[in-house]
Design a protein around this ligand. Structure first.
Ligand SMILES: Cc1cc2nc3c(=O)[nH]c(=O)nc-3n(C[C@H](O)[C@H](O)[C@H](O)COP(=O)(O)OP(=O)(O)OC[C@H]3O[C@@H](n4cnc5c(N)ncnc54)[C@H](O)[C@@H]3O)c2cc1C
Ligand SMILES: *[C@@H]1O[C@H](CO)[C@@H](O)[C@H](O)[C@H]1NC(C)=O
Ligand SMILES: *[C@@H]1O[C@H](CO)[C@@H](O)[C@H](O)[C@H]1NC(C)=O
Ligand SMILES: *[C@@H]1O[C@H](CO)[C@@H](O)[C@H](O)[C@H]1NC(C)=O
Length: 540
């Protein structure tokens, strides 16, 4: 066997060695061939790889994919000629990501296999991407043209600890599977609000949940991470072990390694029961909606069980402006008093009811179908009622120029980053997001649009850019601007890591230099929000 069953033990041995060395995650004379041997892979038995190492070749990805296929078999490595290839690329949420064609797709079933893939990428200089739920919108975020797309789908463990205080969750899960698996035990974890979203991207970028006003974001509720590093080590990051890496992973994205397991804090949710749904409101009540949104946001500390997502949207077919107020309560209690202002506003439809968490995430999944063209944008401002109303008005003004685009569904989705969410960001040594609690609460804007015709891409992206620019300029003029850009909602033109502040950016760079001294996750995994700038420079 090339790939010995003792790889896990070898990996454990490496962890022990690393703790002893303490600071050196990759020695200067690091030898990839030897590192592969440590993982049970002898490249002499992979003829193309061996000749590549001795003779050098330009066919890196062909060799990398062939080698992975020899090691792991055709059920784990999909090539372009395989029948299942198109089904895989169709599984991305956005059409832009689905149109990216990797040289091959690798489906590792454990952390040592992830390690081997990273080392083979280094040896062949074939670039890679990592995919969890595939919901990042722009091309190349979790798929890679001509490279190896590492699909984490088989890392799908959901394992509650004996004392029910934590759950081990693999990055191959979608939140629906996590919530469904935990529900019989009367617990859940802090995660996504739409069933089909992946654990990996949401948690490494932040992660706003229905329960975040009580417990904080997903990234602030990870007790520890199991991470595969650039040199193929499998290490733990927690408040007590590699605590600098733990800090970096709480929102630093895919810049430090591939997380192969999240150990998440478990919270009590008997029977999975809560309350929630959506109320759709017409234009004559838009001012009342903004008032209700603002008040639920600022009053959140008085009842943090309550959560809200407010979207202003336009329905071109009916030339109709609507507000969708999605309201949630962390207990099976209908119509909690904190929502009274919202509930007094007439709604043309209302799906709120007592139901399970998993069921509520299915309702929101239904309004986010796969396969359309998509764009997401983010901006943050200190919460102010007059500014929030202006954000709404700017959105409706700007979409006039694109409303004839085929299949267009444009929305400005508003959330409050509440004092409760901000307080949790500082526990266990804090996170790198650079959001000062003292200036909160904040308004988080997520511009999002779906459409169908690629010919409309540029003008739709430009429209989003204008909405962000105008609401930011207004925020600045009102003394409300906050430069934080939420990674999970950001567009490819936005510099997320810089938005965390110069000090945090420098700290993230030095942590990356320690765990990944040659910059594997900056250059060989080029997609998504890297440390040195946005995925695409300039404006659309
Ligand atoms: C319909 C919809 C609903 C959403 N709802 C919410 C919500 O409720 N709350 C919220 O906060 N956000 C939400 N988001 C935003 C969401 O968090 C981001 O889109 C996120 O990137 C999706 O994660 P994913 O795993 O599905 O994406 P992917 O595209 O698979 O991954 C995104 C990025 O994360 C990296 N990554 C994934 N797994 C790992 C890993 N294990 N280790 C290292 N890097 C990894 C990938 O390489 C990629 O660069 C939503 C998005 C959509 C489209
Ligand atoms: C790595 O080690 C192998 C022996 O295991 C050796 O043959 C090879 O030359 C080394 N590679 C480099 C780049 O030093
Ligand atoms: C690797 O394989 C080659 C050829 O099969 C063999 O000669 C060599 O001893 C092996 N190396 C190790 C370290 O097992
Ligand atoms: C979410 O919706 C997508 C697209 O409609 C669908 O393919 C997927 O199965 C849904 N996810 C879950 C967990 O039901």
């Amino acid at each position: 066997m090339l790939f010995s069953s003792c790889t896990a033990a070898l990996a454990l041995g490496l962890v022990a060695l690393v703790s002893a060395q303490d600071t050196t995650f990759e020695p200067l004379d690091f030898n990839i061939t030897d590192a592969l041997l440590d993982q049970g892979v002898n490249i002499s038995a992979l003829p193309e790889l061996e000749s590549l190492v001795t003779r050098s070749s330009t066919a890196g990805c062909s060799i990398a994919c062939d080698s992975l296929r020899i090691l792991f078999g055709s059920s784990s490595v999909i090539k372009q000629s395989d029948a299942s290839y198109n089904g895989f690329t169709d599984s991305y949420w956005s059409a832009q990501q689905g149109s990216v064609d990797p040289f091959c797709i690798f489906k590792p079933s454990n952390a040592p296999s992830v390690s081997i893939a990273i080392l083979i990428s280094r040896l062949t200089q074939c670039p890679f991407a990592a995919k969890s739920g595939g919901h990042a919108a722009f091309a190349g975020a979790s798929n890679i043209e001509g490279g190896i797309t590492i699909s984490l789908e088989r890392l799908d463990t959901v394992q509650l600890s004996g004392n029910k205080k934590t759950a081990d969750v693999g990055p191959g899960n979608k939140w629906f599977d996590v919530y469904t698996a935990l529900q019989p035990s009367g617990v859940t974890v802090i995660g996504g609000r739409v069933s089909g979203i992946g654990v990996g991207g949401l948690t490494t970028g932040g992660g706003i949940s229905f329960f975040s006003n009580i417990y904080g974001w997903a990234c602030d509720n990870v007790a520890s991470y199991e991470v595969v590093t650039a040199s193929g080590l499998i290490i733990t990051a927690s408040p007590s072990e590699n605590s600098d890496l733990y800090w970096a992973l709480r929102g630093g994205g895919n810049n430090f390694g591939i997380v192969s397991k999240f150990t998440m804090n478990a919270i009590s949710l008997p029977g999975g029961q809560m309350w929630g749904g959506g109320r759709v409101i017409l234009e004559d009540n838009f001012d009342a909606v903004v008032n209700a949104f603002y008040n639920v946001g600022v009053n959140s500390p008085s009842d943090p069980n309550a959560a809200q997502i407010l979207s202003f949207a336009y329905v071109p077919s009916a030339d109709l402006k609507v507000a969708a107020a999605d309201l949630q309560y962390a207990k099976p209690v209908a119509n909690a008093p904190i929502f009274s202002e919202y509930l007094a506003i007439p709604a043309i439809s209302d799906t709120t009811r007592v139901r399970t968490l998993a069921d509520l995430t299915q309702e929101f999944n239904a309004s986010n179908p796969d396969g359309l063209r998509e764009t997401y944008w983010a901006a943050t401002y200190k919460l102010n009622k007059a500014h929030t109303a202006k954000v709404r008005d700017i959105f409706f003004e700007e979409i006039q120029s694109i409303k004839d685009a085929a299949g267009l569904v444009p929305a400005a989705t508003l959330q409050v980053i509440t004092q409760g969410q901000l307080a949790a960001m500082s526990k266990n040594g804090g996170n790198p997001l650079g959001l000062p609690a003292s200036n909160g609460p904040y308004l988080l804007l997520n511009m999002n649009m779906m459409w169908t015709n690629p010919a409309d891409d540029t003008r739709i992206l430009q429209c989003n850019q204008r909405i962000i620019d105008r609401t930011v300029a207004l925020g600045k003029s009102m003394g409300l601007f906050e430069d934080y850009i939420y990674m999970n909602y950001a567009s490819q033109y936005q510099d997320v890591i810089a938005s965390y502040g110069a000090t945090n950016k420098a700290k993230l760079q030095s942590i990356a230099a320690k765990y990944d001294p040659t910059g594997v996750f900056q250059t060989l995994e080029p997609g998504y929000f890297k440390l040195n700038g946005p995925p695409v420079s300039g404006k659309p």
